[in-house]
Design a protein around this ligand. Structure first.
Ligand code: PLP
Length: 404
């Protein structure tokens, strides 16, 4: 209903959401955009208007939309390796690649795991480099008492499917800097208003997804390849638009929804921690035990374990999957730019990282069954033939490679 109302009083909803977000995050400026990648591209464009620098350092293992947003924003992609055991930058590598040509560093909070923003800030401050927190997967998550996304010069969130808070799609850009905010406002000023027909289409898609997201029905959208559910693409051709009124309407009562979603994810994460046999606890990267995770990561001993587990998951509908299909340097359109350079941490993650579902359709018995299957696969035993075949692959969490 509020989505429909957004067709009529969208401007009012947009202003209300901006005020609410400013209050919630305690920041001076909030901008609402059509997607997380649009927010990242807008950030790069705005920073480029303030500085002649163009080099943008991003993690060598992240969502494929990150390099596409950087290029769309007019930046040059530079990669820094990721430590597979912390999911954060390899800091020795970061010190090497960041220099006085660097416009900004895009800090990952992969799967909601808190990156060490302070360490990046210290390095960046010495060289006059901006720090952008990519908190697309970490909305509402705190590092001690500060929200992720509020420690850098700019913070970006995604409202895409399967995120902490979703409006089907959408993006949020936060900053406390007046200078950056006016540069962002100037970039957004140039963006066209979202067409009405597009808004109606978005609304229909959102209603359809709301119905079809149920595990009993998810096979239907998952079986339509043109929807591309759960896939990640390197695509430079995405619309640079503002958030529309329909989505602003759909975000009504977002604080409660975000809190519920994050509490649920944190509880499911804890349940995995408890259900994992002791010898498998060492496979959990970093300090994710204490975080609110979008999906629960495990770094398996070998690529063959990952393939076997993903196959088993596909068969049983467990919703276990890899994250991104390759390191950024292996994306065909980017490969030549990084010819010959190796990113061992990123390659390890692409080869061996699996993620377990934590969304609200996952039941305690699913968690037990998933942990048993993971354990069996690692021990090279046949996974149980009859595991809980609950269709926990909703929220876009099917068996394909990327499921956020
Ligand atoms: C880490 C990361 N950054 C950026 C994005 C882009 O967000 P959106 O899908 O809203 O464009 C995503 C989306 O999945 C993401 O996972």
């Amino acid at each position: 209903m509020h989505g429909c109302l957004g067709l009529i009083v969208g401007r009012r909803f947009l202003t209300k959401r901006e005020v609410e977000l400013k209050q919630y995050f305690g920041v001076k400026h909030v901008f609402l955009l059509a997607s997380g990648k649009t927010a990242l591209a807008t950030t790069v464009r705005a920073l480029s208007a303030i500085s002649p620098r163009r080099k943008v350092v991003i993690p060598a293992y992240t969502c494929f939309t990150v390099p596409s947003a950087v290029i769309r924003g007019g930046g040059h992609v530079e990669l820094c390796d990721v430590n597979p055991h912390t999911l954060d930058f390899v800091f020795a590598d970061l010190e090497r690649v960041v220099d006085r040509e660097t416009l900004c560093i895009i800090v990952p909070h992969l799967l909601g795991h808190c990156a060490n923003v302070q360490r990046v800030r210290d390095l960046a401050a010495a060289l006059g480099v901006a720090v952008v927190e990519d908190a697309a997967q970490a909305m509402g998550v705190k590092d001690e008492d500060r929200f992720l996304g509020t420690q850098g010069d700019v913070g970006v969130f995604s409202l895409g499917r399967g995120k902490n808070l979703s409006a089907g799609s959408g993006g949020i850009l936060l900053t406390n800097s007046d200078q950056i905010a006016s540069a962002v406002a100037a970039v957004i000023q140039e963006m066209p208003e979202p067409p009405l027909l597009h808004q109606v289409f978005n609304l229909m898609m959102m209603v359809a997804m709301k119905v079809l997201i149920h595990p009993r029905l998810y096979w239907l959208p998952a079986g339509l390849p043109f929807l591309g559910l759960g896939e990640t693409h390197f695509d430079l051709d995405f619309p640079l638009q503002r958030l529309d009124g329909v989505r602003a309407g759909l975000l009504r009562a977002w604080q409660q929804r975000l809190m519920r979603s994050n509490v649920e994810r944190a509880n499911k994460g804890q349940a995995y921690n408890m259900a994992l046999p002791p010898e498998m606890k060492t496979l959990v990267p970093g300090q994710v035990q204490t975080s609110t995770l979008l999906r629960f990561p495990l770094l398996l001993p070998g690529g063959e374990h990952k393939s076997a587990l993903c196959r088993q998951s596909k068969q049983d509908g467990m919703g276990v999957s890899g994250l991104y299909p390759s390191a950024i340097a292996a994306i065909p359109q980017l490969r030549s730019a990084f010819d010959g350079r190796r990113f061992p941490g990123a390659e390890t993650l692409a080869e061996r990282l699996i993620t377990l579902p934590v969304h609200h359709y996952v039941q305690p018995q699913d968690i037990q069954a998933i942990c048993r299957t993971v354990s069996n696969v690692i021990q090279h035993e046949m996974p149980p033939s009859q595991s809980h075949a609950r269709a926990v692959q909703s929220e876009g969490h099917g068996e394909r490679q990327v499921l956020l």
